[in-house]
Design a protein around this ligand. Sequence first.
Ligand SMILES: [Zn+2]
Length: 97
Amino acid sequence: MRIAHFQRIIDETYGERDAQRGLERTFMWLVEEVGELARALRGGDHRRMVEEFSDVLAWLTTTASLAGVDMEEAANRFGSGCPKCGERPCVCDSPRH
Ligand SMILES: [Zn+2]
C-alpha cells in the first residue's frame, strides 16, 4: 500500500473525529501508542507487535494530516537514502538527525 493511499484511508476513517479532538490531544494519543509499542517490543509477541506498529503508524499519520503534512512527502525525504549524506548505507557520524 502506498503511503498516500494509507493516509487517505486513515483520513476517511478517523479524520472527522480526529479533527474534533484537535492536534494536541491527537498527538498525545500517538505518544500513548508509542508507549504501548514499547511494551509490545519487550513482550516479544509478534502479533501484538504488528498491532502496535500499525496503531503507531495510524496515529502518526492522522497527526500528520491534522498538521497539514503529507506523509508521502515526509517519507520521500528518505527516498534516495540518508537525507543528510545521500548515501545508502548512511555514512554520517550520527544518522537521522
Ligand atoms: Zn547519512
